[in-house]
Ligand binder design. Structure first.
Ligand code: ADP
Length: 499
């Protein structure tokens, strides 16, 4: 719990890593260099497994396989119905292995296994099913043209797609990227984050059991500046989709522009405001803020990392928020009932502790937490800073940790301006009973998703993505299909037809 300095006791993990090599052309293979890297257990920093480390030459091999699968293979030529059937089977087999996948996700990432099972794995299965369902519903239009011509559009897959994903929701990210790309008939080269390669590799193994042709899906664990950069700059890759930091997103776009101008989809960082008005239901406001920033130990791109509370409710909000944070169950993420596990790795621990120090130095009021728990593993207490000022570093930069920043405000006009005063624009929340105000906020806040009296409600049927420097393009919903299709116009003359 908050305030203890003892090491968190952890038991032996209930799962081990079976798939640790590169997955290219339907086979697990070593890296050409023979190199491996360590993936560590965030509960105690111990080695889980050595994983093959892809570099440029391995990306070249994967591109050859994915190109062949696209240019000559059956995948893009199958009917949408046939592709959908395979993806539905893929969803089923992921679901059949849910317990093992959830345990592996917890082992590699540190998130409580109850959430890994109910949210991550169940979410990934659902995402796969939704896009399996889109596979046979992709079609173009016919266009009546001026003069004696008819035109129609073909919605064609783009080709070989490179996908680079982060470590905070490894399996959900895998499904979010891979399933729409495959549904549209593309072939894929995916690089999981170096911190969390294990569930994507396990999922790659399952792909071999459902009849996905070799080369259609390739999974290359490795590091960003090597394997990741090789994907972004490869001339044999037709499209790149990235989720991660804004800083790396910029590099991806530059690499894409400098190579073959491949189109880019980016889902980047955030500094999302959650605005609580005086008329809000206090308990709801406290619950939502708690979940908005502490869920997944704060390692969420749309985390509610700026909580703006109107002055009339401010003191009561703070008091209850502190009480709730105290009750948070911290511990071994494999233990039942645990809500709060370790951060993903040593670097993230250092970054988050650095932001906590900076908050203290700049004069924010630390009202609870603020410490690492124990010295083994990467646990950080749920932490709350009150009286945060807009110009502080913790108010401006993405922390990606369990650190709530609470700001006070007076008027509605003021708060719209302050909420928008950021380079980011991923998400925003508002808690109020006043529908007119809620409507005004939803239209005035420049962000890709607005939650009214709720938070973190995402759904594969609803588009997700950023305004401003939070990204380009949308994932999920029908909108994501545009990322993985290109449109061809076909024209023929019309002879002897009065119609
Ligand atoms: P985070 O801050 O969440 O770790 P990053 O943006 O650093 O996010 O990493 C997200 C993904 O981008 C990871 O898979 C990482 O390996 C990859 N990556 C990092 N640097 C680069 C790069 N220069 N080019 C391509 N991919 C990169």
């Amino acid at each position: 719990s908050v305030g203890t300095s003892a090491d968190v006791e952890v038991e032996a993990a209930p799962v081990s890593a079976k798939y640790t090599k590169l997955f290219i052309d339907g086979q697990f293979v070593d890296a050409l260099s023979g190199k491996t890297f360590d993936t560590l257990d965030p509960r105690n920093g111990e080695l889980i497994a050595k994983v093959a480390e892809a570099d440029k030459e391995d990306v070249d091999l994967a591109v050859q396989a994915a190109r062949k699968a696209f240019d000559e293979g059956p995948w893009p030529r199958l009917s949408g119905y046939e592709r959908g059937r395979i993806l539905f089977k893929y969803a089923d087999i992921l679901e059949q292995h849910a317990d093992e996948l959830a345990a592996l996700e917890t082992l590699d990432n540190g998130k409580p296994v109850q959430y890994a099972r109910q949210l991550d794995v169940a979410g990934a299965v659902r995402i796969m099913r939704i896009f399996a369902g889109y596979a046979d519903k992709i079609s173009g239009r016919s266009v009546k043209m001026d003069g004696s011509y008819q035109g129609y559009t073909l919605h064609e897959p783009i080709g070989v797609v490179g996908q680079i994903i982060p470590w905070n929701f490894p399996l959900v990210m895998f499904a979010t990227k891979v399933s729409p790309a495959l549904a549209c008939g593309n072939t894929v080269i995916l690089k999981p984050a170096e911190q969390t390669p294990l569930t994507a590799l396990y999922a790659a193994h399952l792909a071999t059991e459902v009849g996905l042709p070799p080369g259609v899906l390739n999974v290359l664990p490795g590091f960003g500046p090597t394997a990741g950069a090789a994907i972004a700059s490869h001339i044999g890759i037709d499209k790149v989709s990235f989720t991660g930091s804004t800083e790396v997103g910029r590099k991806i776009m530059i690499a894409a522009a400098n190579s073959n101008l491949k189109p880019v989809t980016l889902e980047l960082g955030g500094k999302s405001p959650l605005i609580i008005l005086d008329d809000a239901d206090l308990d709801l406001a406290v619950q939502l803020s708690y979940m908005a920033i502490f869920f997944n130990q704060g390692q969420v791109c749309c985390a509610g990392s700026r909580i703006f509370v109107q002055e009339g409710i401010y003191d009561a909000f703070l008091k209850k928020s502190i009480e709730l944070a105290k009750q948070r169950v911290i511990g071994d993420p494999f233990k039942g009932g645990v809500e709060h596990g370790p951060l993903v790795d040593q670097l993230q621990l250092k970054t988050v502790m650095g932001y906590i120090e900076s908050g203290k130095e700049e004069g924010a009021n630390l009202v609870i937490g603020g410490n690492q728990i124990g010295s083994k593993g990467y646990y950080v207490e749920p932490t709350i800073f009150a009286d945060v000022q807009d110009n502080m570093k913790i108010a401006k930069e993405e922390i990606f940790g369990p650190v709530m920043s609470v700001f006070k405000f007076k008027s509605v006009e003021e708060i719209i301006q302050r909420a928008n005063n950021t380079n980011y624009g991923l998400a925003a929340g508002i808690v109020t009973k006043n529908i007119d105000l809620a409507n005004r906020f939803s239209r005035s806040i420049r962000a890709g998703i607005i939650w009214i009296n709720c938070y973190h409600i995402v759904d594969p049927s609803l588009p997700f993505g950023g305004y401003k420097m939070s990204g380009i393009g949308r994932e999920n919903g029908e909108y994501v299909l545009q990322n993985y299709l290109q449109v061809k116009a076909v024209v023929t003359p019309l002879y002897d037809s009065p119609w």
